[in-house]
Design a protein around this ligand. Structure first.
Ligand SMILES: [Zn+2]
Length: 73
């Protein structure tokens, strides 16, 4: 079993800078998520949570694919 990831990360849609947050200590729903690279504001965590988790899930799938190769079927 792979090591559990405790961080949610995604790329800034404006500048590609990685934006990360701890899954164990997630931001509050009314906390504004912003990029440390360009300062772009994505909205509150409550607003972007669904999209962020989607993106993080995509990234995990990519990592799994790169590590183990494409799953059959
Ligand atoms: Zn940015």
């Amino acid at each position: 079993m792979a090591k559990k990831r405790n961080r949610i990360t995604f790329q800034c849609t404006e500048c590609g800078h990685p934006v990360g947050m701890s899954e164990l200590n997630p931001p509050k729903d009314d906390e504004v998520i912003s990029c440390h690279g360009c300062g772009h504001e994505f909205g509150t965590y409550g607003e972007v949570k669904g999209a962020v988790i989607e993106m993080a899930r995509d990234e995990i799938d990519t990592v799994i694919e790169q590590t183990f190769g494409k799953r059959p079927g």
